[in-house]
Design a protein around this ligand. Structure first.
Ligand SMILES: [Zn+2]
Length: 264
């Protein structure tokens, strides 16, 4: 029923292909995370199509209330990523990479990073190319699996929405970390004494188990958690002070409130 609008003929959205840090593996190999993309929107090798922001998208981004509730990134992703149905179920690394891509397509690839030198306290600033930041990809489903003793654990990198909620809900870092680990564990297979394999997906049961395992076994779990969550854009940079030459690392801080703004 839509009428042809001659004003819009040069404004057909152009989509650009990008690689997801997860390569789409968590959304494909396991039945718990289906229906996040429309059929065909996520390629077999983990590519999606992203477009630049429109003026309306930008207004959503600058809506203070939406930004505070963290609804803005979800709406932006739904608008800019072709065939994305459930942005809230995406892992954080993919959310960050997609927002970065949308940002690059809209305002360009350069951003300024400033830091104070730890040695001489001088203020420094460099220009960083977002598209040159290294990305650690997930390579295979096996990287998500951890086997020890009679346990087989399937863990995914943390989901954006859950990471935000866990951070809000916890007032100490121990319970925050435990919640994050449980959030990442999707399934535990355990072989009982009779050799029968039982699959547990209930988060309450998994939480009880994680809290009670002995410290040595917990170390396996936390190491796996750390490894799995390395997936994503590497945001720390090697920098050198322009005044005293001191070398250190600093983060490319993506400030969510001015992320989508034209700095150049
Ligand atoms: Zn310095």
């Amino acid at each position: 029923m839509s009428q042809f609008n001659p004003l819009l003929q040069t404004q057909e959205p152009v989509y650009y292909e990008m690689d997801l840090p997860s390569r789409g593996i968590p959304y494909r190999e396991d039945g718990t995370m289906v229906d996040i993309f429309q059929e065909g929107a996520l390629s077999d090798d983990g590519k999606v199509q992203v477009r630049a922001l429109t003026t309306k998208d930008e207004l959503i981004w600058t809506d203070q209330k939406l930004v505070e509730d963290l609804k803005a990134p979800m709406i932006i992703l739904k608008n800019t990523v072709l065939g994305l149905k459930k942005p809230e179920a995406l892992i954080r690394a993919d959310v960050e990479a997609m927002l970065l891509q949308a940002r690059v397509l809209t305002y360009g690839k350069l951003t300024k990073v400033s830091w104070a030198c730890s040695e001489c306290r001088s203020a420094n600033e460099i220009t960083v190319d977002y598209t040159k930041l290294p990305i650690k990809h997930l390579e295979s489903f096996d990287q998500l699996m951890l086997n020890f003793k009679n346990y087989q654990i399937y863990m995914i990198p943390i989901i954006f929405k859950e990471a935000v909620e866990i951070q809000k809900a916890n007032d100490n870092s121990v319970s925050e970390q435990l919640d994050k680990i449980v959030s990442c564990i999707q399934r535990v297979d355990v072989t009982d004494k009779e050799g029968k394999k039982v699959t547990v997906t209930d988060k309450m049961m998994i939480a009880q188990w994680v809290e009670q395992v002995n410290p040595k076994d917990f170390k396996h779990i936390i190491n796996h958690f750390t490894e799995v969550n390395k997936v994503g854009t590497v945001m720390d940079l090697d920098v050198k002070c322009s005044h005293c030459g001191y070398k250190e690392k600093t983060d490319v801080v993506v400030d969510i409130t001015n992320f989508f703004s034209d700095e150049d």
